[in-house]
Design a protein around this ligand. Sequence first.
Ligand code: SIN
Length: 295
Amino acid sequence: MRTDVSVRPVAPACGAEIRGVDLRRATAGAPDAGDDDLRVVRDALRRHAVVFVRDQPLDLDEQVALTARLGRVLRVPYIQHLPSHPDVIAVLKEADERRISTFGGSWHSDFSFLDEPPSFTLLHAKELPEVGGDTLWASQEAAYDALSPGMQRLLVPLRAVQTGWPHGTNGPGPNAAVSRSVVMTRNDPSADREVLHPVVRVHPDTGRRSLFVNPVYTQRFEDTTVEESRPLLQYVFDHAVRAEFTCRLRWEPDTLAIWDNRCLLHLAINDYDGSRRLLHRTTVAGERPVGADQR
Ligand code: SIN
């Protein structure tokens, strides 16, 4: 480990703060540019699932270039991109947008309803409230591990229906009535498509098992109705975000958070009415989730 770099866990279940790297080096163009710094980030992601890299004054081109060093850049559907940078979305709530839900304000894994949901998300802080607007993550590996063997055996063979319907032709769902500043592109019937994913997935790099359902996009278990699924699904939703599985980020300008959607849920805390909050988000493509019974 380099002596100028520190990687400090922020909670037992997930999350680490990194200081002393300069990720702009990794955007310099040469295929091995900034490899040392990237190695620190990749190792920390593998161990802690989400990293908070402090003091990264990235511009938009640099953020996209950095994202590409982690995998194929995914242009996410249903959300209006920045006109100048179609691979970037602005996560923004204006100071005058009061008493409105915010983008990412319920526990979720980004775009889990895609056939191949994203692996990593990068979120870079530009403008922040004086206080508030923190983000929480919950380790879904810790959540799976904490279940009884009987409940693990019950869940492993199950698959669940995931759909992006809150953003689709059915109109906004309860979690989609968000700030006017993040523009959802509606009337795209593909958002209503139902995609089946395993309830317990296996991480392609670490081989570890994690829960892969969330209250925003997961509707029901395969071959059951919403009503039939609700009691067990609600139990899993509640269990998945127990406090001991979580970590919390207090943002600073130029903090870059990078997280692994394959083994985490996250939530933006909507407690900063009257302040402007702006972050830039990019996403790395992932793979079709593999269930723990498929290996
Ligand atoms: C998101 O869900 O990507 C947004 C998280 C945040 O704004 O903190």
